[in-house]
Design a protein around this ligand. Structure first.
Ligand SMILES: Cc1cc2nc3c(=O)[nH]c(=O)nc-3n(C[C@H](O)[C@H](O)[C@H](O)COP(=O)(O)O)c2cc1C
Length: 304
């Protein structure tokens, strides 16, 4: 018998727990020819902000021995273009679309959520708390438990859809931040975003990235992501979405065992566009081989 791969997270049933991470798949429609979107559980869109953003100067990507750096700088066409040009295309896709929302003030987040409330096919938003908070001098929203609680409470109060909160590992205590988000009404926690990182060309002695520093992702961050998911699974009661360095199907299964209810694939799919589907197939075989009827049986099942 084929095992049941579907998972229910924050009141939304996904056909399977394999998703694509924000910023690595455009808005979803751009990659429809590369990835069989109907085979995966969903796509998280590029983060949208109220106004268009040009992003950082190039180069924006640098490959490292076991990962990559990016300094895209939240380039996106802005809310208006998203609503008029992109959303109608997304509605046609046969997968769950999770809209990633960013801004530089709480009002920015509120403005976007109010507009997304008008789109019935959007069942989930993911708040990107790595955005710089202008009111706090550019320190990102996810840094302080108090700011996280304030933002999440405001958004939860108006959002018609489920609210996932994506946290940066750049904080002194991610468990405290996740608890603040949970207490304020978050429906799930997505971890992790990239780590601040840098590479320098030793001959020109110039940074490899136009933005000088960037975010590290890929295989290098995977064990840290697994540890973060595991730590949160012991301490919070809402679902966790595991992100970070999934470059092989085994990594996705490991993340589920650590406590994730679903996983998101980012950089790993740049070098292998078949990876999302391979994860679905491998997960199916793994469940059969180990005698599980449902993927939900392995979530948070680490034998410690
Ligand atoms: C090129 C690139 C662009 C990204 N843009 C965003 C973004 O707009 N919003 C966001 O929340 N995360 C963004 N991320 C972070 C990813 O969603 C993910 O959290 C991170 O890359 C770790 O996963 P990975 O190791 O599988 O890539 C971006 C990552 C990359 C590599």
């Amino acid at each position: 018998m084929r095992p049941n791969l579907s998972v229910e997270i924050s009141g939304v049933r996904l056909k399977n727990p394999i998703l694509l991470a924000s910023g690595t798949a455009g808005f979803g429609c751009e990659i429809a020819d590369l990835v069989n979107l109907s085979a995966i559980g969903g796509v998280v869109t590029k983060t949208i902000t109220p106004l268009p953003r040009e992003g950082n100067p190039p180069p924006r990507i640098w490959e490292t021995p076991c990962g990559m750096l990016n300094s895209i700088g939240l380039q996106n066409p802005g809310l208006e273009a998203f609503l008029s040009d992109i959303a109608p295309e997304l509605e046609k896709l046969d997968t769950e679309i999770i809209v990633s929302v960013g801004g530089s003030s709480i009002d920015d987040f509120v403005k976007i959520i109010n507009s997304l409330n008008e789109l019935p096919f959007i069942h989930i938003v993911e708040l990107n708390l790595s955005c710089p908070n202008v009111a706090e001098g550019g320190i990102h929203f996810g840094r302080e438990a108090k700011t996280v609680a304030e933002l999440v409470e405001k958004v939860r109060g108006i959002a018609r859809m489920a609210v996932w909160v994506k946290l940066s590992p750049q904080t002194s205590d991610i468990v405290e931040i996740a608890r603040a988000a949970e207490g304020a009404g978050a429906d799930a926690i997505s971890v992790i975003n990239t780590f601040p990182a840098m590479a320098i060309d030793i001959h020109s002695r110039r940074p490899r990235l136009g933005g000088i520093t960037g975010g590290l992702s890929g295989a290098a961050v995977h064990p840290v992501a697994v540890a973060t998911v595991y730590a949160l699974a012991q301490k919070i009661g809402i679902p966790i979405i595991g992100i970070g360095g999934i470059t092989r199907p085994e990594d996705a299964v490991e993340m589920l065992i650590a406590g994730a209810s679903a996983v998101q694939i980012g950089s790993g799919y740049f070098s292998n566009t078949r990876l999302p589907e391979e994860c679905v197939d491998f997960l199916t075989d793994y469940l059969v081989q180990h005698g599980f009827n449902s993927v939900e049986d392995i979530i948070n099942s680490a034998e410690i």
